[in-house]
Design a protein around this ligand. Sequence first.
Ligand code: ACO
Length: 456
Amino acid sequence: PKDVGILALEVYFPAQYVDQTDLEKYNNVAAGKYTVGLGQNQMGFCSVQEDINSLCLTVVQQLMERTQIPWDSVGRLEVGTETIIDKSKAVKTVLMELFQDSGNTDIEGIDTTNACYGGTASLFNAANWMESSSWDGRYAMVVCGDIAVYANGSARPTGGAGAVAMLVGPEAPLALERGLRGTHMENVYDFYKPDLASEYPVVDGKLSIECYFRALDRCYSFYRQKIQKQWKQAGIDRPFNLEDFQFLIFHTPFCKLVQKSLARLMFNDFLSASSDIQSSHYKGLEAFRGLKLEDTYNNRDVDAAFQKASLDMFNKKTKASLYLSTHNGNMYTSSLYGCLASLLSLYSAQDLAGSRIGAFSYGSGLAASLFSLRASKDASPGSPLEKLVSSVSDLPNRLASRKRVSAEEFTEVMNQREQFCHKVNFSPPGDTNSLFPGTWYLEQVDELYRRKYARR
Ligand code: ACO
């Protein structure tokens, strides 16, 4: 099959949020710390009525309803998540419930976990399946979702919640570019969830940012090597640089980190450029010549100078992709794909046609890849790209229709989640009318931990 990639995409986020200015006051930190310092305006969160299964049920059902494809046309379903509520049973097998009436049980795929990387691993698996001898001609579906919650403290404002489902198939309006994946994996303890009795991670925030930057540098270097090799075989002999990406999206723990990351990629371009180019294209940055990437993870001068130098590029290529993250926070495995949805919702099919979108996925622990998607050239009305773009155009309106909840109430819900995590024999408290129509929710957990869901 040709041009395997994303045919359709659906985003789900909770119907309630806490405003970051309210959290700043509630947590007694300086005004601007979360909104300016982290670049976060609002954070979505789930009550006890929602868990990872309900999030994924909702987003898959919505994708099926929107695309109207038959339930038996899906041959593979992959879930990427790090929100673990069962050490054995996959979210994927819960999703089989949706396919029951169709009689389609011939669906490969289970869950994949490594922090925020599981969604990307699932997407790669789905594409690999389609390009392999195991493919039976049907669609693949990739689902990623998480409930990102932190213990009280400096990491709490970087939470969020949501899910994304993607339909994967050939001749896609957003095709995965073949052979163009730069990957870096390494054993580190920057963020992990060793306490199975708690929803909260153990996190070394500063180390996680350093690891994110190191992974970004390494992935970009491998990506460039691979594309330059492809180019060479096609007779093109020049270095790859950021100008060759029309858009760049990143896993987004908080928006400020993404702006710093684009700056860092420009710093990578700068360091690998010839001294002539360094002087002509990077005016005023000569002082940073000769620095080594690995010595600069915490270099504030490099950070400030390259953020300034890359500001236009950030506004043009990346800023729009942060729309959902700014208003909903970190969705972990679905963060990168929420960025993709934001980009599609704020640009037109014409703006996107023919473009190369660079995508950086990072999961602590760590697993990271930089890969690229190619938008099809045809953006005419009714084209697959135009349909994909218009299917997510309601994102800003849907976000605006959520309910703002006070920091006190948000904290109360976090406490409730702690109480009910791993409880048996209960029905979650709360009003199901506060959910968006069509949302699946947890109705009951029985004495054998079996979970029952219903749809609003
Ligand atoms: N006005 C404007 N900016 C401010 C203000 C203010 N009043 N106060 C602080 N800031 C700025 C700081 O200068 C800093 O920005 P800078 O780094 O550009 O200088 C920023 O706000 C954050 O302030 P810090 O003091 O560094 O924040 P803190 O130590 O409280 O924690 C952190 C931030 C580490 C991100 C924390 O929220 C965390 O641990 N989050 C979870 C881990 C995470 O997301 N890691 C990323 C990769 S891994 C993953 O995806 C989970």
